[in-house]
Design a protein around this ligand. Structure first.
Ligand code: NDP
Length: 279
């Protein structure tokens, strides 16, 4: 099993050391409305941010906040020098235009990596800020010495926050990448070919053990809440066939939060002219 919890703790230690070096690092999260799942995510991110010494500002707006008010708030956060990273918790209430809101975030502070500028840079192979989930998965693969060069990678799901950036990162790491989605015909034909399989769908145990190639690496992004607890998109029985697999919970989830913190530090460094390897 790939231990996402332990690796996330290691990443948080790295981030804490960088925060100490940088001095003040600021994060602002914005939650519109009171969706219970979103509140849990925001609380988790705040706890993690505070734990590594990042100053986290928790901004909340009522569910019926007009779009102008949110855009005005983002303009203020963009202009605030103490804020290095801005995170707007999604999904937004339906009267708000998500694309417009994301585009209103300064790309230099867009720690979710969703602004068209950051998505475009990733597409061009010159990433800056990349969504935390796929970034965390790449770190897991690196940490466990899982070869991506020449590997056949299959990503199930094509969202802007997981599937698409995942496919681009794998492509950049020289994998041969197939992207599957809800209209894919014969999913199993593709998954059985996968040396690296990433399932990011949100359907309980969509990937059966018989859909997994022997000796492969299986990354389960899915978070499906049931009365019995939290489960992934992959049948846990697949671990008998896979060489490496992430558990749910304790796999991708903790890494996602850790990488959002890492992105905050990346943004802080870039804003101070201390740019790392990426261009
Ligand atoms: P979306 O709903 O945005 O995307 C789901 C994708 O799955 C879509 O591209 C959809 O295809 C595809 N899909 C749906 N049904 C099938 C099917 N039967 N066969 C193949 N593909 C299918 O979800 P997200 O990308 O935001 O999230 C995916 C899952 O990952 C969710 O469970 C979410 O909770 C979890 N998640 C976990 C995170 C973590 O930290 N662990 C972080 C982010 C997400 P189409 O495009 O055709 O509709």
């Amino acid at each position: 099993m790939i231990d996402g919890k332990a690796l996330a703790a290691k990443v948080r230690d790295e981030v804490a050391a960088e925060v100490e070096q940088l001095g003040e690092v600021g994060l602002a999260t914005v939650l519109v409305g009171d969706d219970p799942a979103s509140q849990v995510y925001i609380t988790g991110k705040h706890k993690a941010a505070t734990g590594v010494g990042i100053h986290a500002n928790d901004v909340r707006l009522p569910a019926d906040a007009p779009e102008d008010e949110l855009l005005q708030l983002l303009a203020e956060l963009n202009a605030d020098d103490a804020v290095d990273g801005i995170l707007v918790q999604l999904p937004l209430p339906s009267h708000l235009d998500e694309a417009k809101v994301i585009e209103a975030i300064d790309p230099a502070k867009d720690i979710d990596g969703l602004h068209p500028m950051n998505a475009g840079r990733l597409y061009l192979g010159r990433p800056r800020l990349v969504p935390g989930t796929p970034l965390g998965i790449m770190r897991m693969l690196a940490e466990y010495d899982i070869e991506t060069k020449g590997a056949q990678a299959v990503v199930i799901g094509r969202s802007s926050i997981v599937g698409k950036p995942m496919a681009h990162l794998l492509l950049q790491a020289h994998a041969t990448v197939t992207i599957c989605h809800s209209r894919t015909v014969d999913l199993q034909r593709h998954t059985l070919d996968a040396d690296i399989l990433v399932a990011a769908v949100g359907q309980l145990h969509l990937v059966g053990a018989d859909m997994v190639k022997a000796g492969s690496t299986v990354i389960d992004v899915g978070m499906n809440r049931t009365d019995g607890g939290l489960f992934g998109d992959v049948d846990p029985g697949a671990r008998e066939r896979a060489a490496y697999m992430t558990p749910v919970p304790g796999g991708v989830g903790p890494m996602t939060i850790a990488m959002v913190l890492k992105n905050t530090v990346t943004a802080a460094r870039a804003r101070r002219g201390l740019v790392s390897g990426v261009s």
